[in-house]
Design a protein around this ligand. Structure first.
Ligand code: KG4
Length: 331
């Protein structure tokens, strides 16, 4: 007889997406409702923390109800509840975590507090890929750019991270200077693809091959300076040159780390992992004995499914959090 599935609710509100998802057995998504606040923040060319937390508060209950309805279950079918508690905007993080605590307390089910960065790297395993450790995880988003060796759930070794801006943040800032709006990633990718002149070259970022760090403030300044001295330039050419340099360092670091450590499985996740040119660059460098996993675009962005999915493994090994657990802006 088939055993009953373990059903988890995952809540996410660390930045500008409010999301609630229902996941069965850590791998089957029954519902993944995501409410993006992009429209609320686009006039400011970035996320305004106060606006974000207020919008999460207004939306979270509606989104939880919608997730339960979509999955065709009730609160009483839940075996555990999980929420992101780190890293992120404090006021925003509080909304999902406090909601999860209320649900845990009321239903008397375990609470699992999740590291959002670890959850991003779990996303491909919700789409039919077999979970296998160790892997090299490249996390590329609006708030983070980091490389990890992931050994098991809860065991991530940081190999390198950005010393200044995150890669998505650089896309957003460059987009703002090019007058292309927010979020910058998708629009820069699109306009870069239309560039016919591809001669412009920005300086290499941290060129030392032994270096595992990332940096994006220098290239951002190089783009701004170029635009100031060349006001009549073709912006598609600038977008192309910026994107090539911004992505190239990610690809180099990913493969250098994997090959030095002899690890053949690669996971690339976070908002910037949706970039088609990044995927193309990684696939063209991949050797036959290596495999790379990217989440589908919907799971690249912040979502509750990755929270519920990863939390399943904590739940199964009895790693729960107390109602006293807190939010953390950094990890
Ligand atoms: O993971 P995510 O949804 O959340 C935050 O970290 O906030 O990532 C959002 C980031 C933004 O900076 C956005 O510009 C970037 O991901 N992004 C992209 C693309 N789509 C989204 N960057 C490059 N190319 C894309 N296609």
């Amino acid at each position: 007889m088939k055993e009953k599935s373990i059903i988890g609710l995952g809540l996410e509100s660390s930045c500008d997406e409010t999301s609630a998802a229902i996941v069965a057995d850590g791998k089957v998504i029954l519902a993944n409702i995501i409410n993006s606040q992009i429209d609320l923040h686009s006039d400011y060319s970035g996320v305004v923390p106060e606006i974000a937390s207020r919008a999460h508060l207004e939306n979270i209950n509606i989104i939880i109800e919608e997730a339960l309805k979509t999955a065709g279950i009730s609160f009483y079918d839940l075996d555990y509840v999980a929420a992101t508690n780190r890293p992120g905007l404090i006021g925003s993080l509080l909304i999902a975590l406090q909601s999860a605590k209320a649900i845990s307390f009321t239903l008397n089910i375990p609470l699992v507090a999740i590291n959002h960065l670890e959850a991003h790297l779990y996303a491909p395993f919700l789409e039919g890929n077999e979970l296998s450790f160790p892997f090299i995880g490249l996390l590329v988003s609006g708030g983070n750019t980091a490389l990890y060796k992931v050994i098991a759930p809860g065991q991530m070794q940081l190999l390198g991270k950005t010393v200044d801006d995150a890669v998505g943040e650089a896309f957003d800032k460059v987009s703002k200077y090019l007058g292309l709006g927010y979020p910058g990633g998708p629009v820069i990718e699109k306009i870069a693809a239309s560039a016919t002149e591809r001669k412009l070259i920005f300086p290499k970022i941290l060129p030392d091959p032994g270096d595992r760090r990332f940096s994006y403030s220098g290239i951002k300044t190089a783009v701004i300076n170029y635009l100031k001295s060349n006001p009549q330039c073709d912006i598609s050419e600038v977008a192309y040159a910026f994107q090539e340099r911004a992505l190239e360092i990610l690809v180099r670091r990913l493969f250098d780390a994997a090959r030095e450590l002899g690890i053949k499985t690669l996971v690339v996740a976070g908002g910037v992992a949706a970039n088609g040119r990044l995927r193309e660059m990684i696939l063209s460098e991949l050797r036959p004995d290596e495999r790379v996993m990217f989440p589908s675009p919907k799971l690249c962005t912040d979502n509750g499914a990755m929270i519920a999915g990863l939390a399943y493994h904590y739940f199964m090994s009895g790693k729960f959090d107390s109602l006293n657990c807190d939010v953390m802006s950094r990890v």
